[in-house]
Design a protein around this ligand. Structure first.
Ligand SMILES: O=C(O)C[C@H]1C=CC(=O)O1
Ligand SMILES: [Mn+2]
Length: 381
């Protein structure tokens, strides 16, 4: 019987190609927590758990993710049967509350190890891929309308993206609506324009915002108000034609069920790490499907590793009405994979190799790995 022998974690700090301006933080670096599991037969599995903007997006920080794995999750798993991924997920869920991103990093490494030992992609462990490539959005978030327009036009011309998600919520509602209208006018019918408010609006602001956005030709608004304001989300979902998408409100299948029960969304942004792993994300998807909602593959701006893991799951889903935003690696100045993911013709291709289908470039890991000295600097900002 193959056993789990060793679980190693590390933090990587990778610069972004430009400032990424969100309502709650401006990112200049992305910080990823990587997991490597070593098994008794010599096989390995790798995983990633990543958040956005330190503690400004959600309740788990990169340092907290690493600590949760090293201190609490790893001791539960050492010596256990490697191939029993469900058993590991159930044990971790029983003994570790919350900490979904930490659970995700480990769970991906478990699926990756199992797929590699069996010689099949992880998509096959979820019943088989029905897509070889998925549509992929790009986020316009330079903080400047002209820069965003130039970026969008270049993406359309090079056939890299024709779906744009604009990050808004930092400026006034009126300024944001003007910004979105300018971009929509510039791209016209060549692209779909959507926005993500990252919870920045009150219900009152959101009413004005949604009205203005839909008049401007914006197709979808993501998480306009706080995750816990389910009644406000329900009012906005019912009150406007523009699609309302839940993101921060969806932390696993229980939240998905509550969102359906209370009619809080037209669309689910399903994020692997917010759900608590590939399996829990598949449960969120199933709830969304059963309720007849639209589906979208969301990202926490993972590197190629976490992005490849998401691709394995979403390649098995029949209909992703709103596509995906699996562009994380493209926001970084450098990749960490031996072979980068392929982006072309407005899509990202699903890796076909065993496990999650990617391997790491050891030189890149050394270059971006946080060491003790750098770690103090990164925490201090
Ligand atoms: O959806 C979010 O809130 C986070 C993320 C996804 C794309 C992006 O630019 O930021
Ligand atoms: Mn979002």
């Amino acid at each position: 019987m193959t056993k789990i022998d060793q679980i190693e974690t590390m933090i990587l700090d990778i610069p972004t190609i430009r400032g990424h301006v969100l309502s709650m933080a401006t990112m200049r670096t992305q910080t990823a927590v990587l997991v490597r599991i070593k098994y008794s037969d010599g096989s390995e599995g790798i995983g990633e758990g990543t958040t956005i903007g330190g503690l400004s997006y959600g309740a788990e920080s990169p340092e907290g993710i690493q600590s949760a794995i090293d201190t609490y999750i790893t001791p539960l798993l050492l010596g256990r049967e490697a191939d029993n991924v469900n058993g590991a997920i159930q044990l971790i869920d029983k003994l570790v509350k919350g900490n979904r991103i930490a659970k995700t990093a480990v769970e991906i490494a478990l699926w990756d190890g199992l797929g590699k030992r069996l010689g099949v992609p992880v998509s096959q462990l979820f019943g088989g891929a029905v897509h070889q490539k998925l549509p992929v959005a790009w986020t316009l978030a330079s903080g400047n309308s002209d820069t965003d327009i130039a970026e969008a036009q270049e993406m359309i011309e090079t056939r890299r993206h024709n779906i744009f998600k604009l990050k808004i919520g930092k400026r006034s509602v009126r300024e944001d609506v003007t910004h979105v209208a300018r971009i929509k006018q510039a791209v016209g019918d060549a692209a779909s324009v959507r926005v993500d408010v990252n919870t920045a609006w009150s219900l009152q602001e959101a009413r004005w915002g949604l009205k203005g956005l839909q008049d401007a030709g914006c197709e979808l608004v993501e998480q306009p108000v706080a995750a816990r304001y389910r009644r406000a989300m329900a009012e906005l979902t019912k009150g406007y034609e523009i699609a309302v998408m839940a993101d921060e409100a969806l932390n696993g299948p229980e939240d998905a069920l509550a969102a359906v029960r209370e009619n809080c969304a037209d669309v689910f942004a399903v994020k692997v790490s917010q759900s608590g792993g590939l399996k829990r994300a598949s449960e969120v998807i199933a709830i969304g499907q059963a309720a007849g909602l639209g589906l979208y593959g969301g990202t926490m701006l993972e590197t190629g590793l976490g992005t490849a893991a998401a691709l394995q799951l979403f390649a098995t889903i029949e209909t992703l009405h709103w596509g995906t935003e699996f562009f994380g690696p493209l926001l970084l100045t450098d990749g960490i994979l031996a072979e980068p993911l392929i982006y072309r013709d407005f899509c990202v291709e699903v890796p076909s190799g065993p496990g999650i289908g990617v391997t790491l470039d050891p030189d890149k890991i050394t270059a971006f790995r946080r060491c003790a000295q750098r770690s103090m600097k990164a925490v201090a900002g």
